[in-house]
Design a protein around this ligand. Structure first.
Ligand SMILES: *[C@@H]1O[C@H](CO)[C@@H](O)[C@H](O)[C@H]1NC(C)=O
Ligand SMILES: *[C@@H]1O[C@H](CO)[C@@H](O)[C@H](O)[C@H]1NC(C)=O
Ligand SMILES: *[C@@H]1O[C@H](CO)[C@@H](O)[C@H](O)[C@H]1NC(C)=O
Ligand SMILES: *[C@@H]1O[C@H](CO)[C@@H](O)[C@H](O)[C@H]1NC(C)=O
Ligand SMILES: *[C@@H]1O[C@H](CO)[C@@H](O)[C@H](O)[C@H]1NC(C)=O
Ligand SMILES: *[C@@H]1O[C@H](CO)[C@@H](O)[C@H](O)[C@H]1NC(C)=O
Ligand SMILES: *[C@@H]1O[C@H](CO)[C@@H](O)[C@H](O)[C@H]1NC(C)=O
Ligand SMILES: *[C@@H]1O[C@H](CO)[C@@H](O)[C@H](O)[C@H]1NC(C)=O
Length: 474
């Protein structure tokens, strides 16, 4: 009796083969498309498959018999309109399937029957328009699903139904405009959700209420005009929130404890942070003053670069006593008040590059006992002061710094690779560094010229002559 089974199987295979051969003349498959055989063994070596072509209407047979112990498959240089129907029958042990950039267009139902070993599925950079309801039935153990860079416009409540083991979901860079309230409700184990680069204007209240273990959420580069911390009030393990690249103007965050918030490029004018947030990336906003943070003493990293802060007045850093990293690059600063860093005794990294600073009180650095990295290039340094800064602080304490890229034609001199300028006459020498009006004016002109030359680098020589003329006039 048990001998009969292989015999029967062989018969079935033969029949299938015959009809495949017959398909050269255009035999129709059970689904109405073209019946083809693509022996994947011929296309794949060491888990990599190349040059596989499967059309939208093809019904393909991948192998004569199931291929056991194939754990991973990656398709490259292939054009596959849909995942072959028999994929998981042919490769029952498959744990990882990578089919990125394969012009994948559509799913076939049922698509993931028998895919209970599948743990990672990478379908990014394709042309998927829809995630049909219940399509993932059968992929019970899927933990990672990447669908970034497709053409998804809408999702359904049941698009991700059955993915109860899913931990990592990326829907980045699609065209999602809104999300149904229940879309993530079955994903109880979700840790990492990436919705960056879509067209979301708002999120339904309660959308994450079943994702209690979520630790990382990106909503970057959407069209959100407001953000409510309330959305994430049930996620005690949240460590990272990225809302960069939404135009928010004003923002209030209220989390009991959050490791890291990225809110750069939001045109923020005002920011209030309640609760503990340890790292804040606020670069490229429109802040004219520091964010209001009652628990400032818990902030360890603050990036305020590319904000029009101007000269910080009134000792605004006094409560940021645990800062390790502070970026004040490109903040329209031309002077730093003497006691500004008095409380930053733990600071390890300070960036004041790309400003118009000419000179400082050297005592400013007395409190920075832990500093290891100090970036101050691209300023209007006075050469004499820069010598002092180098010898009495930077080199003395073996602090790392970065050299300047300013074109030599524009510079009087370099001190250890940092550009600087000498005062042109005795009058300005008598004046006290940054307070000298003439020096300030000169530094403004220099900066405008620097910006200008970045655009038209080839015209250095002419610009240099202009600078010399300006100097003479001053
Ligand atoms: C994929 O195609 C590119 C360009 O046609 C080629 O350079 C590359 O070698 C191909 N990769 C494989 C593994 O065939
Ligand atoms: C996708 O593949 C095409 C050619 O097959 C290649 O030119 C392109 O760079 C690839 N894109 C990505 C994102 O891999
Ligand atoms: C989606 O699910 C939510 C609850 O999770 C429900 O309130 C809503 O009505 C559902 N929407 C649709 C279109 O079924
Ligand atoms: C959430 O995480 C905790 C700790 O890692 C774990 O014990 C719990 O089972 C997780 N809950 C779910 C639904 O995965
Ligand atoms: C912050 O949220 C907590 C609980 O979610 C709430 O009790 C508190 O009033 C909020 N604080 C502010 C200043 O809104
Ligand atoms: C800075 O933010 C603005 C939005 O305020 C954005 O348009 C721009 O692309 C950002 N620039 C960079 C370099 O990220
Ligand atoms: C916040 O800072 C205070 C002291 O300033 C400290 O006692 C507390 O443990 C810190 N909280 C967190 C969550 O780091
Ligand atoms: C400070 O910010 C500028 C501009 O955003 C950036 O280019 C620079 O790398 C940052 N500095 C450090 C040390 O990360």
């Amino acid at each position: 009796m048990w001998l009969l089974q292989p015999l029967l199987l062989a018969l079935v295979v033969c029949t299938v083969l015959r009809s495949t051969i017959g398909s050269a003349s255009g035999a129709a498959s059970p689904t109405g498309g073209q019946l083809r055989r693509i022996w994947l063994q011929d296309h794949c070596t060491a888990n990599i498959c190349t040059g596989v072509e499967i059309g939208r209407n093809d019904y393909v047979i991948l192998s004569q018999a199931p291929i056991a112990k194939q754990l991973m498959l990656t398709f490259i240089n292939s054009s596959i309109a849909k995942i072959p129907h028999l994929m998981f029958d042919t490769f029952p042990d498959l744990q990882l399937l990578r089919m990125e950039n394969c012009t994948l267009e559509t799913f076939e139902k049922p698509q993931f029957e028998g895919a209970s070993n599948l743990m990672s599925l990478f379908l990014g950079h394709n042309r998927l328009k829809d995630i049909p309801k219940n399509i993932f039935l059968g992929a019970d153990n899927l933990a990672t699903l990447h669908l970034e860079n497709n053409l998804l416009k809408v999702l359904h409540n049941h698009s991700f139904h059955a993915l109860k083991e899913l931990k990592d979901l990326s829907l980045a860079d699609n065209q999602l405009e809104q999300l149904p309230l229940g879309v993530f409700a079955g994903l109880r184990k979700l840790l990492d959700l990436n919705l960056a680069g879509n067209r979301l204007r708002a999120l339904p209240r309660g959308i994450f209420d079943k994702n209690l273990n979520m630790t990382r959420l990106s909503l970057a580069r959407n069209l959100l005009a407001t953000f409510e911390s309330e959305l994430l009030k049930l996620q005690p393990r949240l460590t990272l929130l990225d809302i960069s690249g939404n135009i928010l103007h004003e923002l209030t965050l209220n989390f009991s404890l959050l490791e890291q918030v990225l809110a750069h490029s939001c045109d923020l004018r005002r920011l209030t942070v309640y609760g503990v947030i340890k790292e804040l990336d606020l670069h490229n906003n429109s802040l004219r003053e520091l964010p209001h943070i009652p628990l400032a003493s818990n902030v360890t990293s603050l990036d305020l670069s590319q904000n029009p802060l101007g000269n910080l007045q009134g000792n605004p850093l006094r409560r940021f006593t645990a800062l390790l990293r502070l970026n004040l690059s490109a903040t329209n600063t031309n002077e730093l008040a003497e006691g500004l860093f008095k409380k930053q005794t733990h600071l390890q990294m300070l960036d004041i590059s790309a400003n118009t600073i000419y000179s400082l009180k050297i005592t400013l650095f007395d409190s920075l006992k832990a500093l290891q990295y100090f970036y101050f290039q691209q300023n209007n340094w006075n050469c004499d002061f820069l010598q002092l800064l180098m010898s009495s602080f930077v080199k003395k304490r073996d602090i790392s710094f970065m050299e300047d890229l300013t074109a030599p034609e524009l510079v009087d001199d370099y001190v250890d690779g940092i550009a600087c300028w000498y005062e042109s006459d005795k009058i300005s020498k008598k004046c006290d560094g940054a307070n000298s009006e003439a020096a300030l004016e000169l530094s403004i002109v220099r900066n405008e010229i620097k910006a200008f030359t970045e655009l038209v680098e080839k015209k250095f020589v002419r610009v240099y002559r202009m600078l010399e003329e300006m100097k003479l006039k001053l």
